[in-house]
Design a protein around this ligand. Sequence first.
Ligand SMILES: [Zn+2]
Length: 309
Amino acid sequence: MGSGKYEAYINCIIININNMKISGLLIILLLFGSFGFSQDKKINVVVFGAHPDDPDADAAGTAIKFANMGHNVLFVALTNGDAGHYEMGGGYLAKIRRAEAEEAGRRAGAKYVVLDNHDGELMPTLNVRLDVIRLIRDWNADIVIGPRPNDYHPDHRNCGILLQDAAYMVIVPNVAPDTPPLKKNPIFLYAQDFFQKPNPFTPDITIDISDTYRQKISVMAAHESQHFEWLPWTSGRLDEIPEDPEERIDYLAKYRFINITPEVRASLEKWYGEEKASKVTQAEAFEICEYGRRPSDEEIRKLFPMISD
Ligand SMILES: [Zn+2]
């Protein structure tokens, strides 16, 4: 509760105490107290990725909405990205990528943490798991987002496993006892992917990001060494990349445009209603991981207030 609201709260007690019976006052306090809580409660979101540029690509459109509403967003890259280039590597590249991640965080209104594990070598070890648990606890996370453990890249797969391994353990006091445990298990969500085996992605929660898509692309564009150098190089598109910064955003917006699948459209209809859903041009979909808390639809609407905004 903010201090201004707290003073108003106390004044309310003083004014009313002279006029009301104690039982009536208690009812008012209860009502007012819960109202104050729902108004002031910040939702703490953490988006994990294997590399600096993964969290943004998975969830920046939704993260921007949380940040714009005053909630707390943390992006975490579990590796420093020191293998992601064709002309440079090692500590020099890691330094560039850390600076790019900081800029991406600034553009999204989020904090960006980059751990110092080597790119291409991420393993689901106990030490990394404990780091993940500490980060989730320190952020007092309500929502944790990351990749599924089905993916073409071993670092992405292992990031997914690490998150599964941290779910539930974040509430166990004897695990990583140097960091106080969370009182309740956050909800863990997988970001959308298109891999089909062993099972395709299920869109349980889908957020309309039509109005933040351009800003999401601008956040992603902060990772210049990736979206305008390394990734085009890997797919033979390096000669297509424009020089002008605005043209680069246009290029990336076109290249990263995702056609909404029938399953994602159905999820949009569930959360936004048919009419609103029909107008959505870009979305971010999430699947609920079975190992975190299993939220009701009502709780999901509270945790994703932008759905009803
Ligand atoms: Zn990656």
